[in-house]
Design a protein around this ligand. Structure first.
Ligand SMILES: [Zn+2]
Length: 688
């Protein structure tokens, strides 16, 4: 980690290439077959950044993170990428400022009740609650001309813990870089949606790209944001909107007026993915894939190197096993991705380039991205939930010496509400979360339908406060995170065990009871969402008719009551309920048959099992975003990395598009029925 984080290593930097070559050389020295695959992608960097307040007082934002004396890499200023949000458009704007809290759709509804419009304004939003790219997108939909995103000390600064270098959290002038690509349309190189960014690939013109922001956007520290927020007047922000700066949070608009100017170098840069292949001895055409990225925003000790080095250690372990004569039955592919930070570039371009092979051969993808002290966080395909529980039962938590599974179970029981404790105590498997987006698994699960798992330890010691800043470096990591790398070893053991078991199992360890039960939960949630939404609309319309909103508001403050909504039609959930019933029955039959299975006919069954995640995708994709093909898991259109389960149906209901909701229910029902049929085929293949 010290070697890889010694210099800034973002996409296009000399040290990014150097790191890739060093990783590849290390792997070769262990006897592994490592290659570098290149892609050429759009990666804009700042040419000109200016934010100044011109009224009622003058102030120019620093937009610069100062070195810290005790931290030996924080002074590498000539190599550090400036503080910016990549894939913002160029632009120059002068306009009054409006504070929009987290800048998510619910915040704009609240602004409308207060009679505040952002039309023609510059908005200032705080980081949190959504993927950062959602903030400029929603702001632009409401007519804003530009967007500032700042880190409030309430969320990852002195309100949480001492700030760096005395503690782990964000210092006054620390800022969060990051992508604002509209990744919920498609991730990867903006110029090559759906295809690999290889030489000769058909590239879009910049003017045709849909994933750039519609308005200029720039991040800043709370040191820079404080004078801007302090200069706002207008209504006082609602209690939940207030941060931890020593000012009264007002909303505006104005009197603060801001001048903002952004210009980027719209360059193409080269990616260096390090790819290792360990050929399978029994089933070489079935591939188990494992990855973690190596590029960072700056020195990136925590994000991503804490995961990268755990993956290297895992590979060193595998290389020792190979030397002792171990031969995995399946082919294992390890990847060290480049370009994750700007927009999952390295993984997406690689998987798009090799899509045909991956669809034929990929069994599963296991991802990690950053690691820390604490509990194992596992999310992913629920057909692998039972399998991952098995892995967790065989790994020791380095600090408590309990198994990772037992520690997680006890902690969940302790934290659960009174009515939630029993399930955790009695359900054989701990639940794993669903995947939205946010790291390199996205193309595998969402686009190609490859069963995926994301793994990482964390939850102890905080540390969100140096995320994507110059302070996420070796000094910070070895003082405040997994300081003795004990959890780095635990991640190697966890992911390595999963890879070895997936590669060597004669019958693939997929189980469908957990999956069917989880999807039934999603169907129940949809029905409840529909019911709740209808009764809310009816109740709200009644209150509007009776003048309740006006009566409850302060007559001396401006207040705009919400508009009446038409009462929605009743949706017919029967296709979805028939689908989930069929899936539940088929899953029970398969899981029962699997208990008695012998290895002799495993290959015929495995061919079906590999298809079970593919069959949850639909080549037409989600409404308005065809790149996203998975019908059960997807990032939300207005949340980004937050997962939307059964996204087609859910988002249609949430956005009150009733005809579309009806169509999507039928489509999701067909997907579940098809999955049930496939499981029946797997069951009969088991019996033969
Ligand atoms: Zn990362």
């Amino acid at each position: 980690m010290q070697r890889l984080s010694a210099r800034p290593h973002h996409v296009g930097s000399p040290y990014d290439k150097d790191n890739a070559e060093w990783i590849a050389a290390k792997l070769k020295s262990w006897g592994l077959d490592a290659k570098i695959e290149n892609f050429d992608v759009l990666f804009p960097t700042p040419q000109d950044r200016l934010v100044e307040m011109i009224e009622p007082t003058k102030f120019t934002a620093k937009l610069q993170e100062p070195p810290v004396a005790v931290d030996p890499t924080s002074n590498q200023q000539s190599e550090q990428l400036p503080v910016y949000n990549v894939y913002s458009i160029d632009g120059e704007v002068t306009a009054p400022l409006v504070y929009v809290n987290y800048g998510i759709p619910a915040d704009y509804e609240q602004l409308a009740r207060m009679g505040v419009s952002v039309n023609g304004a510059i908005v200032i939003a705080r980081y949190g609650e959504s993927w950062r790219g959602i903030k400029p997108k929603v702001a632009a939909e409401h007519g804003a001309l530009a967007c500032i995103i700042y880190s409030d000390p309430r969320d990852d600064g002195y309100y949480i813990n001492d700030v760096y270098p005395n503690g782990p959290e964000r210092p006054r002038d620390g800022a969060q870089r990051g992508s604002v690509m509209d990744m919920v349309l498609y991730p990867g190189d903006p110029l090559t949606p759906g295809i690999g960014a290889v030489p000769g690939a058909q590239r879009l013109a910049l003017s045709e790209v849909k994933t750039l922001t519609k308005i200029p956007v720039l991040p800043m520290s709370y040191g820079d944001a404080e004078p801007l927020l302090a200069a706002l007047k207008g209504p006082v922000a609602p209690a939940a909107w207030r941060g931890a700066l020593p000012v009264t949070y007002h909303i505006g608009p104005g009197p603060a007026k801001v001048h903002m100017r952004l210009k980027f170098n719209w360059d193409t840069k080269r990616l260096y993915d390090v790819i290792v292949r360990i050929p399978g001895s029994g089933y070489p055409d079935e591939w188990v894939i494992r990855g973690n990225h190596h590029d960072a925003w700056v020195n990136g000790a925590s994000d991503p190197l804490s995961g990268t080095v755990a993956q290297m250690e895992e590979m060193r372990g595998l290389s020792e096993l190979l030397k002792q004569g171990w031969k995995p039955k399946r082919t294992i592919i390890y990847a060290f991705w480049d370009g994750e930070e700007p927009g999952l570039l390295g993984s997406t371009e690689w998987a798009e380039t090799h899509a045909d092979d991956l669809q034929k051969h990929a069994v599963a993808y296991i991802n990690s991205d950053s690691n820390g002290r604490g509990f194992l966080n596992a999310q992913g395909s629920h057909s692998l939930e039972n399998f991952m529980n098995g892995v967790m039962k065989d790994i020791q938590d380095p600090e408590t010496k309990l198994t990772v599974w037992k520690r997680d179970q006890l902690a969940r029981i302790e934290r659960a509400p009174a009515n939630g404790k029993r399930e955790i105590l009695t359900r054989p498997d701990l639940r794993i979360g669903a995947l939205g987006s946010g790291s390199d698994y996205t193309v595998f699960i969402d686009h190609l339908g490859i069963a995926s798992i994301n793994l990482g330890y964390g939850g102890e010691g905080g540390g969100g406060g140096v995320y994507h800043s110059i302070y996420d470096d070796f000094y910070w990591y070895t003082h405040f995170a997994d300081t003795d790398f004990a959890y780095g070893r635990a991640l190697s053991q966890t992911a390595g065990t999963a890879v070895i078991r997936l590669a060597d199992a004669d019958l693939l360890p997929f189980q469908f009871g957990d999956f069917a039960e989880t999807v039934r939960g999603y169907v129940d949630e949809l029905k409840k969402l529909d019911d709740d939404q209808r009764s809310q609309i009816v109740e709200r319309n009644r209150e509007i008719d009776e003048g309740a909103f006006i009566a409850a508001a302060d007559p001396r403050q401006q207040y705009v009551p919400p508009p009446k909504d038409p009462v929605p039609p009743h949706l017919n959930f029967a296709p979805l309920e028939d689908g989930i019933d069929a899936l539940t029955r088929s899953a029970q039959r398969y899981d029962a048959a699997r208990q008695k299975a012998t290895a002799s006919n495993a290959q015929a069954v495995n061919a079906k099992l590999i298809e079970t995640e593919r069959d949850l995708t639909d080549s037409a994709g989600l409404p308005g975003r065809p790149w996203f093909r998975h019908m059960i898991y997807a990032p939300g259109f207005y949340t980004g990395y937050g997962v939307k389960t059964m996204p087609g149906v859910r988002e249609a209901i949430e956005q009150k598009r009733w005809q579309e909701a009806d169509d999507q229910i039928q489509r999701a029902g067909r997907i579940l029925t098809k999955e049930a049929d496939l499981l029946d085929e797997a069951t009969s293949a088991l019996g033969k």
